[in-house]
Write a protein that binds this ligand. Structure first.
Ligand SMILES: Cc1cc2nc3c(=O)[nH]c(=O)nc-3n(C[C@H](O)[C@H](O)[C@H](O)COP(=O)(O)O)c2cc1C
Length: 367
């Protein structure tokens, strides 16, 4: 019945057993609870799990491949996911938050004078000066970090890496944040240079590894997303990224507006429909024949099957639906459609949980 969903695919050089991918998702949970969540998602039958926000250097805030403890953490994740015949991909990212500038907000946050909602625009305001003034030496160090992180990811057992095209790659791509006058700013080609060099840093070290690129697209009419690539500039960015070594694209809306835009609830004023970002996949398709993953409110088996079967997308990524029911792929494969706990996109305990520092959960979870 759901032939395409359940059919294997060569995804940029990596064999996937079906077309369902767990989208990169930050959990903010204690390690054991996190491992258990990822175990359930891998056991639920998806073909690949993307581990969100793996830093490309040492980090005080996130588990890093660059230290012993962090490396062991990722090895454990790989072991868990592989034991279910599921592939695992590391989403390599560099934050574009200026940590030094952030320090001045810490007292306000601790005394609750600044709420998390108020903090976000304050931090966003720091991005443009940070990106525009970053020294060439620092830029080259971070770019190298992408290559080194990918090597470590492969050593830890990851099957694939994804370059996070939001965050620093996305800020460099965008005229909203990038006001540089050197070879990393100005023209679209120059603004693509940071991301292109990050991809090349991986490709030069690992000639065979599949490299996915999370392509964050900025929409101007109406305006959504500030970082990332303007729809009208996709024709420049996509071929440059492909030439640099990208083997597949994971396409979504760009960030740095509100998180509710990139993770839209069912009552979102503009992106409330399932498949809300697939129109960006159509645009990217004009410039590449590489596999494309769509994401954004995908959860109805019939709808997902249609998008895959028509060739509009190669794979379907899901975050909230697999949080609501990790068994979605197994249930679709065995025809138990009525048994699926359908994600209602309320955002209460997933995004809401993360924002309230309670970790990513779901309203369906029994506590
Ligand atoms: C709690 C939560 C955490 C997320 N963390 C990340 C992340 O670390 N990196 C990332 O690129 N996207 C992240 N996302 C975005 C998802 O990958 C996905 O693009 C978005 O949720 C839309 O897909 P969905 O409708 O299937 O949930 C997160 C989403 C949620 C709900």
């Amino acid at each position: 019945m759901y032939e395409t969903i359940n059919s294997p695919i060569n995804y940029g050089g990596l064999e996937l057993k079906n077309r369902i991918i767990f989208a990169p998702t930050t959990f903010g949970l204690a390690e054991d609870e996190y491992f258990e969540k990822i175990r359930k998602i891998a056991a639920g039958g998806c073909a690949m799990v993307i581990i969100g926000d793996v830093p490309v250097g040492k980090s005080q805030f996130e588990k890093s491949l660059f230290d012993k403890k962090g490396f062991a953490h990722y090895q454990k994740l790989v072991e868990i996911v592989h034991s279910y015949d599921c592939r695992i991909c590391a989403q390599l990212h560099q934050t574009d938050s200026n940590m030094l500038a952030m320090l001045k907000y810490v007292p306000g946050v601790l005394t609750k004078k600044i709420s998390m909602e108020e903090l976000r625009p304050l931090l966003n305001a720091e991005v443009a000066p940070y990106i525009s003034k970053l020294s060439a030496r620092k830029i080259h160090k971070i770019i190298n970090g992408f290559g080194e992180a990918a090597v470590l990811a492969v050593k830890a057992g990851f099957d694939m890496v994804q370059v996070h095209g939001d965050r620093m790659c996305g800020s460099f791509s965008s005229t909203v944040f990038n006001h540089r006058t050197d070879e990393y700013g100005g023209s679209a080609e120059n603004r693509a240079r940071f991301a292109v060099e990050a991809v090349k840093a991986i490709r030069s070290r690992l000639p065979e590894i599949p490299i996915d690129y999370k392509l964050a697209v900025r929409q101007e009419d109406p305006h959504y997303g500030n970082a990332g690539v303007l729809e009208s500039e996709l024709g420049i960015f996509v071929p440059l990224l492909t030439d640099a070594g990208v083997t597949s694209f994971h396409v979504t809306l760009a960030n740095h507006s509100s998180l509710e835009d990139t993770i839209p609830p069912a009552n979102h004023p503009y992106f409330k429909e399932q498949g809300c970002f697939l129109k960006f996949c159509d645009e990217v398709r004009q410039y590449t024949d590489k596999p494309i993953t769509g994401v954004g409110g995908l959860n109805q088996p019939d709808f997902v099957e249609q998008q895959l079967a028509s060739g509009r997308i190669t794979c379907a990524a899901m975050s909230r639906q697999l949080l609501a029911d990790p068994e979605w792929p197994n249930k679709v494969a065995s025809g138990q459609i009525k048994e699926i706990h359908r994600c209602v996109r309320c955002n209460k305990k997933c995004l809401g949980g993360l924002q309230q520092h309670q970790g990513t959960h779901c309203i369906y979870e029994k506590v």
